[in-house]
Each structure stands twice: as structure tokens, then as C-alpha cells.
Design a protein around this ligand. Structure first.
Ligand code: ADE
Length: 230
């Protein structure tokens, strides 16, 4: 079984590549894909780029060209649930596209018109595995919850409150739900794992860059530990 690993940050990809040693490099649609092994698993590692379109293309390439049978996505996100603090981890129970808005035609916010499903559930086994690993790495500082995605960096108190109230989201980011939709349409199990870099309230610029290094290290550890136990 080949496992696709999508990282959002250069730093975490670098750590994964270092651990993989020798890799085969492939290029498609503007992205680099690195095929190799990690803890005896065949893996393909890549960076999606920012936003839902990039994430969907990357996911479909992983599935079509590299025949991956599981996808793990790691990166940072803005906390939406007020219980979460910076540095905490959210494991996706499901993903919703918060910026899908066809309310003018009577659809619910987040509902993708004329499609049977707009809430993309993560794989239960991968969720359980991620929970076990979180208990080792960040005990008591993780939550399984809804990951919201949109092509927007959220930086307002009002908006983050609305996201919580409308969708009961745990966190918000810009790719997870696109990965989730592509995986669901292809019947590929996935999980999204996000470290909270900010509270999506406009104070993000203060701590974002500094936090990225720490979050990359933690994301790498998550993937490393998950692969050891998979
Ligand atoms: N990624 C990290 N923080 C985010 C935020 N506040 N909004 C969207 N994506 C993010």
C-alpha cells in the first residue's frame, strides 16, 4: 500500500525527505512529488500549495499517478473552537468548505449544490491512530473536530465567531476540505491534522512565522509516529 503525505510547509517536507533518504522525484502540474520509503511503508510526499484548487489537484495526482491508498495531510490552521490554544492539534472528524455559498438559490451555507454530500468524513482508523499519536506527543492538547476550509485567511473576531456558530468548526484553513472531497469521490481514506498557529482573529501576523518552525517539527513527528504504528 502506498501512502500519500501532503505537507503544507516546506520545513516539514524537508524533515520528511531527510528521513526518507533516497527518493525518486517527479513533477506534475507545477508540483514536485517525492517517492520513497518511511518505516517500511511506500510513501509519496508532496506540498500542495495554498488553497482548495491546489489541494484538489495534488490529491487527484497522488491518487491517479501514484495510486496512493491513504492520504495524510498536515499543516497549520486558525483555531475556531474557543477551547483551543495555539500549539494544540485538531484531527479532522469531517471537513466542510465554509466559503461554498449558494444561499441565494436556497442552499445552506457550505452546501455544494447538486452533490449528495458536502460534509466529508475522515477515516475512523486514521482518526484513532492520530489520537493515539497525539496522546504521546501533545497529551491533553488535541481535539477531534470539524475542519473548515475556504480560500480565505481568516483574521476577524466576527468571522471566527460566525464559523463556530454556523458550522461548529474546530479550526479553519485553506486546503483540507478539498483534499477531503477529492478523497471521498475516489474512495480513498484520509485524515487532516492541523496545529493551531493562531486564533483566526487578526492577531495571526504576530506569531505566524515564528510558530511555523515549531509546527513543522510537530507535524513531522506526527507522521513519523503514525507510520510506525500503521
Ligand atoms: N492557516 C493558519 N491560520 C489560518 C487562518 N487564520 N485562516 C486560514 N488559514 C489559516
Amino acid at each position: 500500500m502506498t501512502i500519500g503525505i501532503i505537507g503544507a510547509m516546506d520545513e516539514e517536507i524537508a524533515l520528511l525527505l531527510q528521513a526518507m533518504g533516497q527518493v525518486e522525484e517527479h513533477e506534475q502540474a507545477g508540483n514536485r512529488y517525492y517517492r520513497g520509503t518511511l518505516h517500511h511503508h511506500s510513501v509519496v510526499v508532496c506540498k500542495s500549495g495554498v488553497g482548495k484548487v491546489n489541494a484538489a489537484i495534488t490529491t487527484q495526482v497522488l491518487i491517479d499517478r501514484f495510486s496512493v491508498e491513504r492520504i495524510l495531510f498536515t499543516g497549520v490552521a486558525g483555531a475556531v473552537n474557543p477551547m483551543l490554544n495555539i500549539g494544540d492539534i485538531v484531527i479532522s472528524s469531517a471537513c466542510i468548505q465554509h466559503d461554498m455559498d449558494v444561499t441565494a438559490l436556497g442552499f445552506k451555507l457550505g452546501e455544494i449544490p447538486y452533490q449528495s454530500n458536502s460534509i466529508f468524513r475522515a477515516d475512523q482508523q486514521l482518526i484513532e491512530l492520530a489520537k493515539r499519536v497525539c496522546e504521546e506527543i501533545v497529551p491533553q492538547r488535541h481535539m477531534v473536530g470539524i475542519v473548515l476550509s475556504g480560500d480565505q485567511f481568516i483574521a476577524s473576531r466576527e468571522k471566527v465567531k460566525a464559523l463556530y456558530e454556523t458550522f461548529n468548526g474546530a479550526c479553519t484553513e485553506m486546503e483540507g476540505s478539498a483534499v477531503a472531497q477529492a478523497c471521498s469521490l475516489n474512495n480513498v481514506p484520509f485524515v487532516i491534522i492541523r496545529s493551531m498557529s493562531d486564533k483566526a482573529d487578526g492577531s495571526a501576523h504576530v506569531n505566524f512565522a515564528e510558530f511555523t518552525v515549531e509546527a513543522s517539527e510537530r507535524s513531522y513527528q506526527m507522521i513519523d509516529h503514525m507510520l510506525q504504528q500503521l
